[in-house]
Design a binder for this molecule. Structure first.
Ligand code: SAH
Length: 216
């Protein structure tokens, strides 16, 4: 048990999880994962007191830690099975990666902002989370590590990156918020066969944009 994760924080998390249930998150495994991850330890000191509010907050480099509801919703849509190989595009604070690891899957996570990429590699192992970290452009995925059972994109994409489709196993799922910068539609793409994909949509969300290339 991490000494920085006090009974008070655990209590606040319980309330957060109750709130997520009321908002329609039903998957017990996802709710349990959220209840185990100390979100306050992923946040900048100025926002720690708000860690268990169901809101997004700044994490530096102009980026945000996603809202817990959004993290829960995307995690549900992935339909994870134990030991799935999962690619996350947009490591950010590392919070979503930690929730995925709590679901018992193998996580490969990629970030384009060097500052965040370096920061999270210090933090996550300290908290007992060990995804594989990559610095690069998530539009390209990780061709040498694929294919993946599941891919989650945690930034708003203007279109579906072809490379990510190619890196899905047959039967695999890509969960991606699609649309312009002001609002995106949560989209699930399932690879049905070598050449066929099926698309379904799940409501509107607002993410920071998926940007091209990398940034020092
Ligand atoms: N999953 C994160 C959410 C972070 S916000 C969390 O739980 O905190 C989205 C992140 O995507 C930002 O850190 C941003 O820098 C990153 N990002 C944007 N475009 C990207 C790209 N092309 N490749 C990789 N990461 C990208």
């Amino acid at each position: 048990m991490n000494p920085l994760d006090t009974l008070r924080h655990q209590g606040l998390r319980k309330r957060l999880v109750e709130g997520l249930k009321i908002k329609g998150i039903k998957d017990e495994k996802v709710l349990n994962a959220i209840s185990r991850v100390p979100r306050h330890l992923f946040m900048d000191s100025g926002f720690i007191q708000f860690a268990y509010k169901d809101q997004a907050f700044p994490i530096g480099a102009g980026q945000t830690i996603s809202q817990p509801y959004t993290v829960a919703f995307q995690t549900c849509l992935l339909q994870l099975k134990p030991h799935d190989k999962v690619l996350e595009v947009g490591t950010g604070s590392g919070y979503q990666a930690a929730v995925l690891l709590e679901m018992g899957v193998n996580v490969f996570t990629i970030e384009r902002q060097r500052e965040l990429y370096l920061k999270v590699q210090q933090l996550l192992p300290q908290l007992g989370y060990f995804p594989k970290f990559f610095y690069g452009d998530g539009y390209k995925g990780l061709p040498t590590y694929g294919p993946f059972d599941k891919i989650i994109v945690t930034a708003g994409a203007p279109f579906i990156p072809e490379d990510l489709l190619q890196q899905l196993v047959i039967g695999g799922r890509l969960v991606i918020p699609l649309g312009p910068t002001d609002q995106q539609i949560m989209t699930v793409v399932t690879r049905v066969s070598e050449i066929e994909y099926k698309k379904e949509t799940h409501g509107t969300f607002v993410f920071v944009p998926l940007l091209k290339g990398t940034e020092q």
